[in-house]
Design a protein around this ligand. Structure first.
Ligand code: FUB
Ligand code: ZN
Length: 630
């Protein structure tokens, strides 16, 4: 069923200015500073299993839970991000840091292969007794992803061998056979990691285990009930109250609504898309399509954020998209990029690439500061100035998630099929691909996302017949293309312009994607956005920060008749395109002291300057709005 395969991160060289800058920042600042944070918070030491057991660094909360229980996952994600970074530039310091982590894991691994440092150190007798809450398989999944990335980046397989021993232990422990536990993790993650291991090794057992976990989820009798009863706990002790939280309320193929914890959901849908492709499973593919339509039509922020609610870190109800209390966890948008990339390979349809790009350029990128050392966990669309980035977090999941995404960005640009190259993202990149039985070097240059003028040069080893499928984003109108100067008929097939021809060395394609600044409006049932307008230019959603305007953001009004212009500002925030308009500012000075009165406030003209959402809050905390009054 999977026609396309992504061109892996290590086979694509990023050359364009936008992603080169983000990549350099992650390589030079984020990866080293995260390692320092992991060390200073004791997270690296937690792999060493010291005796006597040290006190907790993250005290248990009133529900007796500590996020320290999933520290393995944070280290695993850092190894993954650092490994992607190594594929761009080998770095002996980073390699030594990873090797030292692998040394510790090797020493800590139990003789039977088990490798969860929390349980090994603190409660060895309780292994696999609380899959619902305690992230045991989730930790394993993230450590596994790190090991696979390190193998791809360096060819060294010691880490992967350690993790394979652990996966063999897990495969023996869980499954439908007598003597096995019919369990699965309360936080999905291991499923998609096992598919990566299967791809890296070709060992079918790992694919089967991922398939078992997905198929078993939500079946009755419910494993989490059985396990809870075995622990002697009453049903009401389950804090989240509903198995929708972990998308285990019903079997996955029956799920039609996107519910519960957003990151759990997105990781699970990613694995479902993977398995749909591996098994040619139409039922699973249809479930993914239904869930995709649900989330993108009713439960997604304009910035590509997911999950409005802090209480479950997830979804609530249709069209409930509050701006000032938006949770929209960075991890959820990063995970949406993973899911969308899988959907795109299942079915080359621009709707998947459009959302991939939206989640990538907006909420995901907002999660990392310009200097690469500060983070957003939750991504509000309206701030009174109190929301700010932090250096670290008691639950630092988002930090390494955004780092691993940026460090592997090269892996999201292209897919190939037998006789087709699909270009999903633009921004300057070079790769050599296997297509139509030969090698083709593809060089793309552009100043995307600031400009939609894109140039591609194709250099097949010999002349070759194949199709070049170029994504035409949903936000552009009037796109044009030329091959060696001759205009191409702009007939698109589900968001892609397909150019099939006999390609020769040096063939050149010029693509122009107009990206004027434009207005966006929300569905009338999104009550928080009624009477409001958002701004977008190309893939970037904009926001208004108080730094750039004269009065308070909340008093700014952008009339529907005001013309929008854009301007390159090389002096601002490292160089960005701003969107400008003649707006109105309500005049509080003339209002007087009354709290209410019978006449509306007066307004005065005031210039509006909007900056890309991803870069907000890089000049200190300040009030900000994505949706401004119209
Ligand atoms: O539970 C592990 C991670 O921590 C989740 O994915 C995030 O939402 C945060 O709760
Ligand atoms: Zn997170």
């Amino acid at each position: 069923m999977r026609k396309y395969a992504s061109v892996t991160f290590s086979d694509v060289k990023i050359t364009g200015p936008f992603w080169s800058e983000r990549l350099d920042t992650v390589l030079n600042s984020t990866i080293p500073s995260q390692h320092r944070q992991l060390a200073s918070y004791g997270m690296l030491d937690s792999l060493k299993l010291p005796q006597p057991v040290p006190p907790l660094r993250i005290p248990r909360n009133r529900h007796n839970f500590t996020t320290q229980i999933f520290w393995d996952s944070d280290v695993g994600k850092w190894v993954e991000a650092a490994s992607y970074a190594l594929s761009h530039r080998r770095d002996p310091v980073v390699e030594a840091q990873i090797e030292s982590i692998v040394d510790d894991l090797e020493k800590s691994q139990a003789p039977d292969g088990y490798l969860n440092c929390w349980y090994l150190e603190r409660e060895p007798e309780n292994r696999w007794t609380n899959l619902r809450d305690n992230h045991e398989l989730y930790n394993a999944g993230h450590m596994l992803e790190g090991a696979v990335a390190y193998f791809h980046a360096t060819g060294r397989d010691r880490h992967m061998q350690i993790m394979m021993r652990y996966m063999d232990h897990i495969a023996a422990t869980f499954g439908p056979n007598p003597g096995q536990k019919r369990g699965y993790c309360g936080h999905q993650e291991i499923e998609l990691a096992l598919v990566k291991l299967y791809h890296a090794t070709g060992t079918r057992k790992y694919l089967d285990l991922a398939t078992y976990f997905i198929n078993e989820r939500g079946s009755q009798p419910h494993y989490f009930d059985i396990e809870r009863a075995a622990r002697g706990e009453a049903p009401e002790t389950f804090l989240q109250g509903t198995y929708e939280y972990s998308q285990s309320h019903i079997p996955v193929r029956q799920q039609t609504k996107v519910v519960g914890h957003a990151v759990r959901a997105m990781y699970m849908y990613t694995a479902m898309a993977d398995l749909a492709a591996e098994h040619d499973d139409d039922g699973l593919k249809m479930a993914c399509e239904t869930l995709w339509a649900d989330v993108t039509r009713t439960r997604m922020y304009v910035t590509g954020g997911f999950g409005p609610s802090a209480s479950n870190e997830g979804f609530t109800k249709d069209y409930d998209l509050p701006n000032d209390t938006a949770y929209a966890e960075t991890c959820a948008s990063v995970a949406m990029v993973f899911w969308a990339a899988r959907m795109l390979n299942l079915d080359l349809d621009g709707q998947y690439a459009d959302i991939l790009e939206l989640a990538l350029y907006n909420t995901s990128l907002a999660g990392l500061s310009r200097d690469g050392t500060q983070y957003f966990y939750d991504n509000k669309l309206d701030s009174d100035g109190s929301h700010q980035r932090w250096d670290w977090h008691p639950c630092p999941c988002c930090t390494m998630n955004v780092a691993r995404l940026v460090a592997s960005i090269a892996g999201y640009f292209y897919s190939v099929a037998d006789t087709e190259i699909a270009v999903h993202l633009y921004g300057g990149a070079k790769t050599t691909l296997d297509v139509a039985g030969g090698k083709v070097t593809l060089t793309e240059t552009s100043n995307y996302p600031w400009s939609g003028d894109i140039s591609l040069t194709l250099d097949p080893e010999g002349a070759a017949d194949f199709t070049l499928a170029l994504r035409i984003p949903n936000w552009t109108k009037g796109a044009t293309a030329r091959v060696n100067g001759a205009p191409v008929l702009m007939t698109t097939e589900r968001g892609y312009l397909k150019i099939t021809r006999h390609w020769a060395k040096g063939d050149r394609v010029e693509l122009s994607l107009p990206m004027p600044a434009e207005r966006l409006y929300a569905h009338p049932d999104v009550r928080q956005d009624v009477g409001r307008v958002a701004l977008r230019r190309g893939p970037l959603v904009y926001c208004v920060e108080s730094h750039d305007i004269v009065g308070p953001v909340v008093r700014m009004r952008l009339p529907s008749t005001a013309a929008l212009t854009s301007e390159w500002r090389g002096d601002l925030l490292g160089g960005i395109t701003v969107v400008k308009a003649d707006a109105q500012l309500t005049d509080a000075a003339k209002w007087g002291a009354a709290l209410y009165r019978g006449t509306p406030p007066t307004e005065a003209p005031s210039p509006l300057v909007a900056v890309p959402y991803y870069i907000w809050c890089n000049r200190g905390a300040n009030p900000m709005q994505v949706w401004v009054q119209e």
